[in-house]
Design a protein around this ligand. Structure first.
Ligand SMILES: CC(=O)SCCNC(=O)CCNC(=O)[C@H](O)C(C)(C)COP(=O)(O)OP(=O)(O)OC[C@H]1O[C@@H](n2cnc3c(N)ncnc32)[C@H](O)[C@@H]1OP(=O)(O)O
Ligand SMILES: CC(=O)C(=O)O
Length: 524
């Protein structure tokens, strides 16, 4: 099998994603990370588009890269302009990159209706632009925009556009499924025809509008394409681009094509999460290979089998891509799940023990009441420890009161919580204000406990989610409150509370969050 080159366009096509706006600093950091990971080509942006992209190419020249080549992206020359007078081609050359990628039109509809020029002139635009860039010694990648749609409309014309690029001296001909509507077998058939005519290295650039970008990329490689363009996490305009985080492990683990060093592959999950952090988008838990749920087992039957042999429900070893197996506890669990899960807390339980059965019954009952342990593993651990008779309670509640006062439509809302607790046989009575009822309760609880549990100062609430469980009961519906917490070491944990009263559900979740945080500090 020939070498397959990875071409990343997260910084250009990925940035065309609806919710993404990378800063210049973000772009530099992502480029460095992609280089370290072993990506062959990094498309940095369109220098003719905006000052940020222009500056990216200035800045990246100062950054020592180990492996990747930086590509600047743009279009062929404008219809009525000579290459040497074309502002876009000038900006590409000014970027001073070793690689320049230009896209041109393959589809007659785009030539006549979008460029509004003749079919003949479009061929000249492609040929002239590539030839001009080649005369400056650039590696030129020609992206044939809408190639598959163009081929379906007029195969001869679409092929003649590739010939124009090839004759102009393009080093690569990349076929783009720009609208993402092509099916894998169409890609295969069309690629075969292209390869009969064009004797240049071929690449694929697929969009995901039919959910087929990865499939179309993979069949292209199978047919002989040696460059795959895509983005980290599949970011891109509309439904995104081909997801390199899916393509890389498929090529490497299933098709035996080494595209990155093996040790880098085991950093793929970290890379995906890191880029999503920079993009300020939550990671997609269902993302193949790298998602948090990619190797999460929930059904009792699955967990039972995975514990006997992971291959029974895992298509690869998660460690190969830096991910990990997770066993989820829920009403769908069996005793095998419980035994395996409590082992994570260093508790050995026999599968046939009454305690394993008791924990399972309790979970099933509580989930029926609206609890959700899969998303609140700290609450599960506390529950197990209580059932084992281990004391984790920090205090006894004597009374709790929350007052909310607002006078007049424009008056400020004041929220105050009062707590009376028995902490280590001392009665503590405190009040605190907060931005809302949960904040006020949190503030009061901290005030009451800090002198007994000074570790509390390093525990913080990071997220608070409320979900109505039986919505048709209106305001009498039960609510589930999930609280995420963190500590100064970066550990995170989640707890759950359920009640028809949002304050009570929040209190339950809040108390557990603090109990768990203190328990972990003391264990350590
Ligand atoms: C398939 C892809 O993903 S291509 C990449 C798409 N990405 C972007 O568009 C992001 C960056 N784009 C931009 O910043 C701006 O659109 C610019 C700077 C490139 C152009 O801005 P403007 O000059 O104001 O033009 P505008 O965006 O309104 O229209 C695009 C022009 O490019 C022309 N054009 C489109 N494709 C090509 C091509 N392959 N070769 C030459 N010209 C082209 C269009 O015909 C249109 O010109 P016209 O209306 O005079 O015919
Ligand atoms: C080149 C490109 O981004 C496309 O055709 O989709």
């Amino acid at each position: 099998m020939k070498k397959v080159f990875l071409y990343d366009t997260t910084l250009r096509d990925g940035a065309q994603s609806e919710r993404i706006s990378f800063s210049l600093e973000d772009k530099i950091r992502i480029a460095q990370k992609l280089d370290e990971f072993g990506i062959d080509y990094i498309e940095g942006g369109w220098p003719g588009s905006n000052p940020k992209d222009l500056n990216f190419f200035k800045r990246i020249k100062e950054v020592p890269l180990r492996h990747a080549k930086i590509a600047a992206f743009g279009s062929t020359r404008r219809a009525q302009v000579l290459p040497e007078d074309d502002a876009n081609l000038k900006a590409l050359l000014d970027s001073d990159t070793p690689v320049v990628t230009i896209f041109g039109k393959s589809w007659t509809l785009h030539v006549t209706e979008v460029l509004r020029t003749t079919l003949e002139n479009n061929l000249k635009m492609i040929y002239d632009s590539v030839k001009y860039l080649k005369s400056f010694g650039k590696e030129v990648i020609y992206d044939a925009e809408h190639f598959f749609d163009g081929y379906k409309a007029d195969p001869e014309y679409a092929l003649s556009t590739l010939e124009a690029a090839s004759e102009g001296g393009a080093d690569w001909i990349v076929l783009a499924d720009t609208n993402g509507g092509t099916l894998p077998w169409e890609v295969e058939e069309i690629l075969e025809k292209v390869m009969e005519r064009i004797k240049k290295p071929i690449g694929i650039h697929a969009h995901n509008d039919s959910g087929l970008a990865v499939a179309n990329s993979i069949v292209s490689v199978k047919k002989g394409a040696t460059q795959v363009q895509g983005t980290i996490n599949g970011y891109g305009e509309r439904c995104g681009n081909a997801n390199l985080c899916t393509i890389i492990p498929i090529l490497q683990l299933k098709m035996n094509i080494e595209v990155v060093p093996e040790e880098k592959l085991s950093q793929l999950t970290d890379l995906a999460n890191w880029v999503s952090e920079i993009a300020n988008l939550p990671p997609d838990p269902s993302s193949p290979f790298v998602g948090r749920s990619a190797f999460a087992h929930k059904g009792g039957v699955h967990v039972n089998a995975v514990l006997k042999n992971p291959k029974s429900y895992e298509h690869i070893d998660p460690a190969k891509v830096g991910n990990k197996r997770r066993i989820l506890v829920s009403e769908l669990s069996g005793t095998s799940t419980i035994v395996s899960k409590v082992k994570e807390f260093n508790i050995d339980l026999d599968r046939d023990s009454p305690l394993a059965k008791l924990i399972l019954d309790k979970i099933t009952h509580l989930e029926n009441e609206g609890y959700y342990f899969e998303g609140a593993e700290a609450s599960f651990e506390l529950l197990v420890r209580h059932l084992l008779g281990q004391e984790t309670k920090l205090f006894d509640l004597i009374s709790l009161r929350v007052l909310i006062e607002k006078i007049g439509d424009s008056g400020e809302t004041i929220t105050e919580a009062t707590l009376k607790l028995n902490v280590k046989d001392q009665i503590v009575h405190v009040a605190a204000e907060g931005d809302g009822p949960v904040h006020a309760l949190d503030q009061a609880l901290r005030k009451a406990l800090i002198e007994f549990y000074p570790e509390l100062k390093n525990i913080h609430l990071s997220d608070f989610k409320v979900r109505v469980i039986n919505g048709n009961a209106g305001t009498a519906a039960k609510v589930r409150v999930l609280i995420d917490s963190t500590n100064d070491k970066g550990d995170t944990w989640s707890t759950v509370g359920v009640s028809t009263n949002i304050i009570e559900a929040s209190w339950e979740s809040l108390v557990q969050s603090i109990e768990y945080g203190i328990m972990k500090v003391r264990e350590a």
